[in-house]
Design a protein around this ligand. Sequence first.
Ligand code: IPD
Ligand code: CA
Ligand code: CA
Length: 262
Amino acid sequence: MRLNSPQINLITKACMKASRSLIRDFGEIENLQVSSKGPGDFVTSADKRTEKILLEELQKAHPDYGVITEETGIINKSNTKNRWIIDPIDGTFNFMNGIPQFAISIGYEEDNEIKCGVIFNPIMNELFCAEKGNGAYLNNSRIRVSNKKNIKDALIVTGGPKGSSKIKDKIFSEYINVSNNVSNVRKFGSAALDVAYVACGRFDGYWQRELNYWDIAAGIIILKEAGGYVDFFEEDKNLPLKKNILASNSIIHEELRDLINK
Ligand code: IPD
Ligand code: CA
Ligand code: CA
């Protein structure tokens, strides 16, 4: 693997360390402490422990860096030059149900641009990573998006709506539109892995509303470096951490957008 920035090395090391207790917790999910953050939105003792280990590792090296995390919030708010974006477990609901489709996701930003990122599924032992200008990898192999040209043949992934969503009908009608015009649509329950799977060609495209930036920050650079295209729609300037994402192999991007806008 030809990724060697200090930041990617640091993120990878932190992920490896945090994943040890995460794997243990996954083997004993009956002992997990779970609390509810809202309808269908949970946090477990494993989310908190994983985030704590990641923060300790990253802050040991750079106590001054800004951090945006799902469970702790914003740290060192004034530093927007160097910033970690952390989701300790993306796919908590899968995790709690013993489904091995979840990941640690960490992106690194410089001047508001994602420079590198890691998405690690510790149960499948799949580590997706990328660095600007140096390509995207799954473990030690270079990855690329699919070359599917016809949207009718495409396998698309999506997620949501959240239990608390106020736009469920809109999301369901988009789902119907897309389903009627592609080969199939899947819902796997981890936004980070959904993007990573587009990056390595398992899916041809992905869209989802009402995400948070930490769900997909690392995925942005992994997908771009794998030759894919990602953009955001209906952005709200007052809520910069809320994201509606459209990600694809780039070839079917406009057609997928048209289906969502229909
Ligand atoms: C969730 C997952 C899921 C998506 C939800 C996210 P969490 O993240 O990414 O796929 O549909 O919108 O909140 O809560 O498991 O970190
Ligand atoms: Ca998440
Ligand atoms: Ca999470």
